[in-house]
Design a binder for this molecule. Structure first.
Ligand code: NAP
Length: 281
């Protein structure tokens, strides 16, 4: 941390150690971005920390110590739990002036974090995805105007090891949940539907699943590498009068693209609703 005013004991403090936090905690270490000893974790139920203790992560039951020893303070509790966490922090009287808060809490703005904390602090807002656990996640990141450029660049570099990182304006953070935060569930649902349809045709799950998963990976790679548009790639597997067109006709007739658009809009509307309720709390 060159140029910092103080020496930090840990790079990251995690408040919350659930699904999303563990994805980062294990992902960052697996990719060699940091060591378990660089991470300190605070959660409600210390009895769930066995896995972290066995791997050499620091566990801390004292809020203030957790926060005051780490440069980057990761807020990884549920949005509805965050106000209480930040207000407890605020009441500790701790000095956050050198810290950078990194929030993965959906629908919670940088301004609201500062309001709950009772002071303006640097905040990086991230919409991540759980495949970070396997080094194939995504992070849509924004920041408020107090985050030093070098700290933001450092965060983006570290996240790049475990995720595809896109920097977006903060006012797009609610909408981006539908693109990368919630979307693993859409793909899981699609795979589940394909598996069940394969079984209905007599193909076992054990035979179908590897074929479906490799096809998903391969299709993603084709989109990434090919000079063709997505429409051209669809046409490339759609012989006139053939099987693919027969299947695509069913998708189009059922309004597949509209269903996807409606689902993503419902996701964003819900994020806006949650954000509105949190702003009023
Ligand atoms: N899951 C996803 O796919 C996803 C994707 C994008 C963004 N997010 C965001 O990630 C955040 C966390 O979601 P999650 O799915 O990881 O939730 P989760 O699995 O329920 O984890 C929440 C964590 O917060 C801890 N916690 C709650 N109150 C606390 C308090 N007062 N002090 C300290 N720790 C406290 C819990 O501790 P205990 O375990 O000890 O109870 C738990 O470890 C949410 O804000 C969500 O919007 C999640």
């Amino acid at each position: 941390m060159n140029g910092d005013k103080r020496t930090w004991e840990h790079t990251f403090a995690f408040i919350g150690a659930g699904n999303m936090a563990s994805a980062f905690i294990f992902g960052l270490v697996d990719k060699g971005v940091c060591n378990p000893g660089d991470i300190i974790i605070h959660r409600r139920d210390a009895s769930k920390n066995g896995i972290y203790l066995s791997k050499g992560y620091h566990i801390c039951e004292d809020y203030v110590r957790t926060f005051s020893t780490s440069k980057f303070i990761f807020l990884a509790v549920k949005p509805a739990q965050l106000q209480a966490v930040l207000q407890q922090l605020a009441s500790s009287g701790a000095d956050f002036s050198d810290s950078v808060f990194v929030s993965v809490c959906a629908a919670v703005s940088c301004d609201l974090i500062c309001r709950w904390l009772g002071c303006k602090v640097p905040v990086v807002r991230v919409m991540p995805s759980t495949p970070i656990t396997v080094g194939l996640g995504t992070c849509a990141v924004s920041h408020n105007d107090l985050v030093p450029k070098k700290d933001f660049q450092l965060i983006c570099r570290m996240f790049s090891a475990v995720a595809e990182v896109s920097v977006i304006p903060e006012d797009m953070q609610n909408a981006v949940i539908s693109v990368n935060g919630s979307s693993p569930a859409y793909f899981y649902l699609f795979v589940k539907a394909m598996l069940s349809a394969a079984e209905q045709q007599g193909i076992s799950s054990s035979a179908a699943l590897p074929l479906i998963l490799k096809t998903m990976e391969g299709s993603a790679e084709m989109i990434r590498r090919s000079a063709c548009s997505i429409d051209e790639l669809i046409r490339a597997v759609s012989s006139p009068g053939g099987t693919t067109l027969a299947a695509l006709k069913v998708f189009y007739d059922c309004g597949f693209e509209k269903t996807v658009a409606d689902a993503m809009k419902a996701c964003t509307d819900r994020a806006d609703e949650i954000a509105g309720a949190l702003e009023c709390s």
